[in-house]
Design a protein around this ligand. Sequence first.
Ligand SMILES: *Cc1c(COP(=O)(O)O)cnc(C)c1O
Length: 396
Amino acid sequence: MSKIETDLIHQGSAFNETNAVVTPIFQTSTYYADSDLQAYIIAATATKHPGFYHRHGNPSNSQAAAIIASLEKTEDALVLATGMAAISTAILAVVKAGDHVVTQHSLYSGAMLFFREFLSDYGVQVTHVNQTDNKAFEDAIQENTKLIYVETPSNPNLAITDLAFIGELGKKHNITTMVDNTFASPINQQPKDYGIDVIVHSATKYLGGHSDLTAGAVCGSKDYIHKVWRRSLTLGGSLSPFDSWLLVRGLKTLSMRVKQINENALALAKWFEADRRIKYTGYVGLESHPQYELAQKQMKGGTGMLSVELIGDSEEQAYQNAQQVLNKLKIFANAASLGGVESLVVHPASMWGGHHNQQQKQSGGITAGMLRISVGIEHIDDLIADFDQALEGLQA
Ligand SMILES: *Cc1c(COP(=O)(O)O)cnc(C)c1O
């Protein structure tokens, strides 16, 4: 195996059987049968075969999966149409009615809905625990627990789950462990190093990196990916040929992008920390992060994800301040999503107001004056100047 930067460019190139330097887009739903009947039977039944029917596989889907598997150090991977397709299909390949899942309070909103509404309707029990409390995970395990599902750093409060602990806990009790590694990206964190079985991604974010596609990935053992693929045949979340081509293209610069994003985010976080209009700066690369040491241990960089708590003594004032800053920012666009080359910002308290009740917001760490920021690769001086003017005149 080569180093990550090399794998990003060359991994999976064997799936390109043409002379084109770049794997062409196979924009086709189906493929001609081989005149050799035996070969056609194999094509129809082989896992992820890239030449039978699109829901089974496609050359650039195979290439993207090979790159992502090598990034996550797993035997195999499967790419799907969205991060949620990856998460739901991955989980449904592990649990069935009567099983139990242990997960954390703070989760991506789509994953939260999946656990709260979907799984409970289908007879799977779920326990949510505080992700910073290792013992809580262990205490929540039951006889029928089949999955421990975590997200670290989590959305939007950037709390960390102890991956080495979770990996060991899963092994000790023979429970599958799954990590949503979207926020960290494999450049900053490789959960396989800590014995985690399955890694899921919203490739819409850092992996794709240009806010021009949606995609998801599931990484794990060959046997497990075969099960996920079988599930995907019936759930049907296959990634389109064009989107997987864009994903392969975006992946080539992943390492460069993430390194620049780490650097920009740390500089911006330090600037926020020194500014009195910001009450609190949440960034895993700052020594003031309550789990800084754990972050240093399991992560190579701080990511581009930051959350800041604006001044504002009352809840109303803090909410109003957040709205003012959103309206005044010029480079940071107010848009959902993250992980692209452009800087984005959202106000979780208003964006997720419809999905979460007050108690869910609280346990998810969402407050009235919190902004969640995804730092891009623009020049750091411009990013700081943009916030400096947007914070002008905030009321305490
Ligand atoms: C965006 C996101 C998802 C869902 O991905 P989609 O591609 O939007 O379906 C899952 N987990 C995390 C952490 C995310 O940020």
